[in-house]
Structures are given as C-alpha cells and as structure tokens.
Write a protein that binds this ligand. Structure first.
Ligand code: 0A1
Ligand code: ZN
Length: 883
C-alpha cells in the first residue's frame, strides 16, 4: 500500500504485494542487549502485479547482511524500507537471507521483541514483526515458519514459538536451543516467541472428534496457583466452538503465556497466545467476579481467533473488523451460553450494551469517528477501537438476527469452505452469510445492509405512536437518520432490525415480533386494539442505534414492571433516571442539595429491588444510575462537574429513601458459601456491594457511623476479593474517614500482588471528586514507590482512571486536569506511543464542553500537537481532535 499525503494510508489504494513469501526460517540468538536474527526466506514474484523492486518493512533494526541466492547484493534504504532492485527476473522462487540485530531490553514500546521481568516476549500485531526483521509486514502475505531459538539455559529455560516443538537440546556454552515448526501458513502479525523462567499448568484433552491436545498456561513460578480459572475457560472455549460452530482445535499443542507488560488485553498468535496477566491470573483472594468474567471472555476471544482471524485472516488492516467484530460476537455468545438461563444471558447483554453506549457511541460522535471498516488511517494501532470491535460485533449480531441462529451457523460453515487459509475482506464474510441463507432478509438487502460497514455515526430511530380509538388501530411510525461525520455528510438509510412488543396498560403483552426497517420512514399498523398500547421498541437492543421515543413516566413504569424483554425492562428504568437527571441538570440555579427525587420513581426502584422473581444481578444493574458519560452524551453542552454533582445527589437520595431496602438487600444476599464465580453468586455479591455503598452514602448524609463500621469489618473479614474490594470501595466512594486506614491495610496485604495494587491505585484515582481532591491525590500516587509509567497496567490504573474514567474530577474549571493530561501524554509518548495515543483520546469530546473547560481543553490539545517529534499515534489523535 502506498503512503499518501501526511502519512495517510487509504483503503482504496490496496494492491496485492509484488512478491509472495512462501517460507521463513528464523534463527534467534536471544540476548536482551543485542539479539541476533537470521532470517532466511523463499520468495517469488507475484505474477499478477507489475514487476517492481522488493520493499521490505523494517524499524529500529541494525542491518548486518543481505544475500540473494547466497550472494551479496546491492540495496538501499528508503524511509524504513529495505529496497532490493537487482532480483532475479521471472517467477522462480529465490532465497533471501537477512541478518539483523535489535535491542529488546530497550524496547519500551512493547511492540516487536521486548523484555519484561527478565523474559522475552513478542507483540507483532499490527506492525511489530518489522521491528524483529525486514519483511513484507502485511496480513495478506502468508508463509510457513520454522523458528530456531537459542539462549542461555539458566536464564531462559523455556523457549517457545508457534506450532510444534520438533527438536531441542543443549549447546556447549551453557546455552540451549529449541526448534519450532508451525504447520499452518500465517501472516507475520501472528508470529510469536517467548523465552524465560516460566512454569506451566498443563491439561490433556480429547476433542469430540477424538483427537488429543495439550493445553498449557505459562506464568511466572509464583503464579501457578492462579491459573486454574484460565485453564477452565480455555477448556470451555474448545468445547464451545466445537459444539456451536463445529470448529475444532487444529493444533496438537495450544499455549497461553502471561506477561505483566502488555499494551492490550491479549494476542491470538497461532498456538501461542500471549496475554496481559490481568486476563490470566485469578484466585478468589486476588481477583473480583468481574476479573473472573473478563478472563473467561478474553481467553475465549483469543481462542476463537484461531478460526476467525488465524485460519481466515484479513486482506489488509482496513478489514480488521472481519476478525475482531466477529470474534467479539463469538466471545459474547460464549459468555452468554456459559451464563445459562435467559435472565443471566440478559444480564450479559445489558453489560455489553452499556459498554457500547458509554464508549462506542461517543467515539462515533467524536473526532475519531470511523466506519466499522475504516477508509483511511495514519497509524493502524489507533483503529483497535470500540467501533471496530464492539460495533463490529453488533453488525455480526444483526446478521444473525436476520438469518436466524441456525442460518448463521450455516453461513459460518460456508465462510470456512470458501476462504479457509486465505486473507479476505468484510465483503467476503457478509457474502458467505447471505449466500448460505438465500431466502433471508440479509440476502435480499445485502448491499444496503453493508452500509453498516461503510457509514460512520450512530443512527437514530425516532418512533411516534398514534392510537385511533374509533378504529382500534395503532400506528407506529419509525424514522431513521444518521448524523454527518467527517467526510460523510449525507448518509443512506440502514437496514435496522427492530425487536418490537406491544403491552396493554396492565402490562400484558399484546403482540411481539421483529420489524426490519429499511426506508427512511415507515409506519407499522396494528389493528384490533382496545386501547392505546405501550410500545416496547428495540427489544434486546436489536440494533446499535439511539432510539428516540417520548415515553411518559407511566409508560416507562409499565415497561419496568412488566416487559417480557429483560433488556427493555432495564432500559425503562434507565430512561426514568436519565429524564430526571437531565431535568435537574437543565434547571438553572438548582443546587444539588435541592434535588428531590419523586415518590413514583423511588417506589418503582423499591419494587424492583424487592421483587422476588428478579435476579440479584439484574437488580444491581437496574438500581445503578446511568453513567456520567452516558448522561453527557444526551446533552449538547456538557459541564461534567454539574453532571457529577447531580448524579451524586440522585445516588444519595436513592440511598437514603431506600435505606431499609438496602439494609434488607445487604442482609439477605451477603452470605454466599464457598466462593465460585458463577453468575448467580456473583450477582448476589454485586447487589450486596451496591447495597453497602448506598448504606455508607446514606450514613454520610446522616452522620451515622454504623454502616461505615460494618463496611470496615466486612473489608477485614472478607474471604474473597469481590467482597473485600466492594467494602473498600464503599468506604472510598462515600468519602468516609475510615477509608484511609482501609486503604493502608489493603496495600499492606497485597503489596506483592501487582494486579491487586492496580485496583488500589485505580480506586483512588477514580474516586468521586470532593472539592477538587482527586488531582492532588493522583499526583501523590504517581510518587508512590509502586508507581511506574513504563508498566501499561500501572499507568492505566492511575492516569487513565483519572483522565478517562473520572469526569467529575478531571474536567476542573481551573484546567489543572488538562495540564496534567497534556504533560502525561507527552511524557508517555516518548516511552510507549500506543499507550500515549489511548490517553490522548480522553479529550475526544472537548467540543461539547461548556466554557471555560472547552477553551482550556483546546489549548491543552494544541500544546500536545505543537510538540515537533510526536509519534504518528498521538499526532493522528490530536490532529483529528483539532480539525
Ligand atoms: N488482536 C488482539 C488485540 C491486540 C491488538 C493489537 C495489539 O498490539 C498493538 C495487541 C493485541 C485481540 O483482539 O485480542
Ligand atoms: Zn481480537
């Protein structure tokens, strides 16, 4: 792909590579200061492309030797590419040998080959392989890899790479070697190696098909007792993919390795997944229920990539959602299937939608808005986004909705029949699902449906109901629109599946179905109704859209009490809260202390909390107020401090008004027997935690010390991290003076547990702001001996928890939060541009801010942009923000 103006790369410029690489034979002499890499490849010209020089990507490499068919050759360097012009004519394969060195110990970007805790790891997606050797570092070049690793045996007893171990042995100088052969062709981004002092939990399994496999989870020696859940999740993943999609494990050996220095969550390298420790290590003493759930879904996600991503990969990086949207969809379905009953599935769905609406909707409305399949980028690492992942998963989910669950499974089968072993596009995927279901709405509407891939922005669906008493006819008019986004002024209508139900005023369901909206406006007619129904629209959140309907409180109360669709039941409660919050925020002169929640709302919340038929997990979601960022998205001009104050005031009122009920909820859910992270008992713990926080908040208002005392006791006595952390959070959130000693004790208890310390830092940096107290606390935390900017998890736990997850504390009227942000972005950029660019996005929505924040934010972004030697990563984010 050609680089255009300003380093921008365009999807429309895609061309096949001028050469193919058939085999790669790599030999590593691993040394932290200077690792030597001998790369011997077999290449041939691509007959479908005009003859041109070979341009190999390389970054921060020291080149020692280049041989073509064993002979020295001329070459030149042109902006990070090694260019070879004098290559054999014709289409016969030729040998290319390249010898380079690199410095893994100095690699703070954590892309390519790097050192963490004295072990070697690699991260090659998206473009890290070029930091290991010169290569055609693009996903459509798929080769067979043989890898020989050599290293000091004492320091690096374990030597791993992709595929099968075919040979190992000692060398005479205290070093040893291991040779790995990957039986599958793969793109370079799936290459991996690991070397270090690691130990493995092992499990032998037999697939349904009768094949034997060895599963391994590698960690540092002290962490072996925290690998059981990851291994169980891996076994469940293998079984699930066989049962649901008929996809079996294609390798004799499947390895997961954990590292504490990692830019993202985990990486699906063929047969050798590398994980952030956060998504591997768990014990009841150190991990919360949320951690256990995340491990299950990330282990599943990476495992599922083995088919969706590795066996069939992306033609180019614009197709990233081909593997990511589909694999997120698969991991969501996996977690839902494991959760069990319909109500537990609904809880998972609500949690997923919450992520989409609080993170993806803002992205889609901000300066980084892009289609699920982007058209251009400066730095591909900036496009591992909630749009590509989560919205991409919603697009796949809509396909399943349109063809049915069985139809979708047939579509997947056809997709693998057609494309196994190839690098393909989002179009190829959609075509396969449609072709396997020729009678479906998807097949009939495919070109229009694919607008979900090409048009950015969150569509809005406005619904207006009209009931005519004389005829008994109810008309529901649905109108769709989509706001303009950069480069896309006018949007064409989408295909929007809309789950629908009609309820009588008594809550009885009168009808239900799925309507597929394709026109800009359509009117649905429901005859034979005795009275105006209450519409339940977009059930199950059947499409990633914003639904606008002027619900009355009475309608919402009916839905909250009676809807058969649990998602819309929850949604009704959220709408009641949003309407109230927006009302208070908009009332000029209304002080937070004057906010009085109305009795019907409070009673409705009480009814949900006390309902014997509802799950604790659902109650916890329903009784939690909408997030501050979600409220902010409903407004044109945002004062985050005002939103924070209003939401806090509402929270305190709910705490006080339902005091007896919270007490009841706490007492009846607090005992759960032996710890297991299943959905029922984790739901009970979540509700207990919410109850405790509310009881401490209410106590704060009344000055009563009983509940803070109980929280401290529970914190001390807890037998698992979920209960312990929830108790600690209750004290910190309510700002009680006991929080200080609890925090100290917590740190002393877990000073050797890095992932627990991350929680300790994050809790303080994300605490509700009281009079501007969080920023000084954050600055203090950065001076703590356990703080490090180089470790991404730790940097995120302090800096991101403040800048991206604490709007009330961050958006200060004195701009000190933004000054802090700009300093950290610049500081991080020289260490790790990927992490810096993520932080840079904390001010994405600056244009919506009220003054004086808006001007101050713009200035802070401009300050970052003015720095001359910024990475491409940060440059792209700040340039788009200022555009
Ligand atoms: N493909 C991985 C995510 C990932 C992406 C980029 C990385 O480094 C820049 C690392 C991991 C996944 O979806 O899990
Ligand atoms: Zn992924």
């Amino acid at each position: 792909m050609r680089e255009g103006h300003n380093n921008v790369i365009y999807r429309a410029d895609y061309q096949e590579p001028a050469f193919w690489i058939d085999t790669v034979d790599l030999c590593f002499d691993l040394d932290p200061a200077k690792t030597r890499v001998l790369n011997r490849m077999k290449l041939r010209r691509n007959p479908d492309v005009m003859p041109q020089p070979l341009r190999l990507d390389g970054e921060e490499l020291n080149l020692a030797r280049v041989l073509v068919n064993g002979q020295g050759t001329s070459f030149k360097m042109e902006n990070n590419q090694l260019v070879l012009e004098n290559l054999p004519d014709g289409f016969e394969p030729f040998d290319l040998e390249i010898f380079t060195t690199c410095a893994p110990a100095k690699n703070t970007k954590l892309s390519g080959l790097y050192v963490s805790n004295d072990s070697f790891f690699t991260q090659c997606e998206a473009e890290g392989f070029r930091r290991i050797t010169y290569f055609l570092d693009r996903p459509d070049v798929m080769a067979s890899y043989t890898v020989l690793l050599r290293a000091d045996k004492k320091a690096y007893p374990v030597l791993l790479s992709n595929g099968n171990l075919v040979e190992q042995g000692d060398m005479d100088d205290g070093r040893h070697f291991a040779k790995w052969v990957d039986p599958f062709r793969k793109p370079s981004y799936l290459f991996a190696l690991v070397a270090g002092q690691l130990v493995a939990r092992e499990q032998r399994i037999k697939s349904r098909a009768g094949n034997e496999h060895l599963l391994q989870v590698y960690v540092r020696p002290g962490d072996l007792d925290k690998t059981e859940h990851a291994m169980n999740s891996l076994m469940a993943s293998v079984a699930w993919d066989e049962a649901r999609f008929g996809l079996t494990l294609d390798l004799e050996r499947f390895m997961i390795v954990a590292t504490s220095d990692f830019n993202m969550g985990a990486m699906e390298n063929k047969g050798l997944n590398i994980f952030n420790t956060k998504y591997v290590l768990a014990s009841q003493a150190t991990a919360t229920d949320t951690d256990f759930g995340n491990i299950e879904s990330v282990v599943g996600h990476e495992y599922f990539h083995n088919w969706t991503g590795n066996r069939i990969t992306c033609r180019d990086w614009f197709q990233l959602s081909l593997k990511e949207g589909l694999t997120v969809f698969r991991d969501q379905e996996f977690s839902m299937d494991l959760a069990g009953e319909a109500s537990a599935r609904a809880v998972k769905r609500i949690e997923d939608v919450r992520v989409l609406r609080t993170a993806q909707f803002p992205e889609d409305a901000g300066p980084m808005a892009h289609p699920v399949r982007p058209d251009q980028y400066m730095e591909i690492n900036n496009f591992y986004t909630v749009t590509v992942y989560e919205k991409g998963a919603e697009v796949v989910r809509m396909m399943q909705t349109l063809v049915g669950r069985d139809g979708f499974a047939s579509g997947m089968k056809l997709y693998f029949e057609r494309h196994d072993g190839h690098a393909v596009t989002c179009d190829d995927f959609a075509q396969a699902i449609a072709d396997a279901n020729p009678e479906s709405k998807l097949a009939q509407l495919l070109p229009q449906f694919k607008r979900w891939y090409s048009q950015a922005g969150t569509p809005r669906v406005k619904a207006v109901g009209h009931y005519d008493a004389a005829s008994g006819i109810y008309n529901l008019t649905l109108t769709q629109s989509c706001p303009p986004t950069a480069g896309q002024e006018v949007k064409e209508p989408f295909v929007i599946p809309i789950g629908l139900g009609l309820l009588g005023a008594d809550g009885a369901e009168l009808s239900h179905g799925m309507h597929v909206l394709t026109e800009a406006t359509e009117t649905l007619t429901f005859p034979g109704l005795q009275a105006a129904p209450v519409p339940s629209i977009l059930r199950g959140f059947s499409a990633p859209v914003i639904l606008e309907y002027d619900y009355t409180d009475a309608e919402l109360l009916t839905l909250l009490a009676h809807d058969t669709d649990p998602f819309n039941r929850w949604e009704a409660g959220q709408r009641l809260a949003v309407n109230r919050a927006l009302g208070y925020i908009g009332q000029d002169g209304l002080a937070a202390g004057d906010i009085r929640l109305d009795a019907p709302y409070i009673e409705a919340m009480r009814t949900v909390l006390r309902d014997p038929k509802l799950d604790a997990a659902f109650k916890e979601l329903a009784l939690t107020l909408p997030a501050e960022t979600y409220l902010g998205e409903q407004l044109d001009v945002v004062d985050p401090q005002r939103i924070h104050a209003v939401r806090e005031a509402m929270r305190e009122q709910l705490a006080g008004a339902l005091y007896d009920d919270w007490q009841w909820a706490f007492e009846t859910h607090k005992e759960n027997g032996a710890y297991t992270p299943d959905s029922v008992s984790s739901g009970r713990r979540a509700l207990t935690g919410l109850a405790l926080t509310n009881l401490c908040l209410a106590a704060r208002a009344s000055g009563d010390a009983v509940w803070p005392g109980k929280a401290l006791q529970r914190f001390k006595d807890a037998s698992n991290m979920t209960d312990r952390f929830n108790a600690l959070a209750a004290l910190v959130t309510s700002g009680h003076e006991l929080a200080g000693q609890a925090l100290q004790r917590f740190h002393a208890m877990f000073k050797d547990e890095a992932l627990v310390l991350d929680k300790w830092f994050a809790l303080q940096a994300g605490a509700p702001d009281r009079g501007g107290n969080v920023l000084p606390a954050v600055k203090q935390l950065m001076k703590h001996p356990d703080f490090s900017l180089r470790n991404p998890n730790r940097a995120r736990s302090v800096i991101f928890s403040y800048c991206s997850a604490n709007p009330g504390g961050f958006h200060r009227h004195d701009a000190a939060g933004y000054v802090f942000w700009s300093e950290r972005v610049i500081e991080l950029d020289s260490i790790n541009p990927q992490v810096a660019a993520r932080l840079a996005r904390a001010l994405d929505r600056w244009k919506k801010l009220a003054e004086p924040m808006r001007g101050a934010a713009r200035e802070a972004i401009a300050r970052v942009a003015a720095k001359p030697d910024l990475s491409n990563d940060v440059r792209e984010v700040v340039t788009r923000a200022l555009a």
